[in-house]
Design a protein around this ligand. Structure first.
Ligand code: QAP
Ligand code: CO
Length: 167
């Protein structure tokens, strides 16, 4: 089932999400619907709060069209640690359609998380995958990539976005 993606400036996107407590069929159905919604929207990442569910879960699939197979990662109650290096990437967001800006993040990260069955997992990620995980993890804390810009570029971005919604 396709889900509705909340878009900027919806205040729900600015709230902090709560940890997942039961790894049940409800969670599995939500994750399945999220991946269907992400692929349909040509996204590479989607967090539960973007579809109105304020729980700490997100999905990422950075496979491009040239890549044959999909590699869907599901993260529940993730904790990012041991960040190193830095990488600048032009980011977009399904909740901020039609807008992109360069954001600087950690190049290498370690993520401790749970899979959909509640089994603890550890992933070491670099490059685009690390960028995507940090971007999606921010959604769980109500942070959008626009908030990661320098104060000047943030002001320019908000001005541009406020025009886009009123037009
Ligand atoms: C987050 O972003 C991300 O404006 C996922 O018109 C971004 O899937 C992770 C999208 C960059 C890593 C690097 C945005 C699709 C999708 C748009 C997305 C649009 C259509 C964004
Ligand atoms: Co996003």
């Amino acid at each position: 089932m396709l889900l509705e993606i909340l878009t900027y400036p919806n205040p729900e996107l600015l709230k902090v999400s709560a940890p997942v407590t039961s790894f049940d069929q409800n969670l599995h159905t939500l994750l399945d619907n999220m991946s269907e919604t992400m692929y349909e929207a040509n996204g590479i990442g989607l967090a539960a709060p973007q579809v109105g569910q304020k729980i700490r879960a997100f999905i990422v699939d950075i496979a491009t069209e040239e890549d044959d197979e999909k590699r869907l990662y599901e993260f529940v109650n993730p904790v990012i640690s041991e960040g190193s290096g830095s990488i600048t990437f032009e980011e977009g967001c399904l909740s901020v359609p039609g807008f992109s800006e360069e954001v600087k993040r950690k190049e290498h990260i370690r993520v401790d998380f749970f899979d959909r069955f509640g089994k603890p997992q550890i992933l070491e990620a670099s490059g685009l995958l690390a960028v995507a995980i940090q971007h999606e993890n921010d959604h769980l804390d109500g942070v959008l990539f626009v908030d990661r810009l320098s104060p000047i570029r943030k002001r320019m971005a908000k001005k541009k976005l406020s025009k886009a919604v009123t037009l």
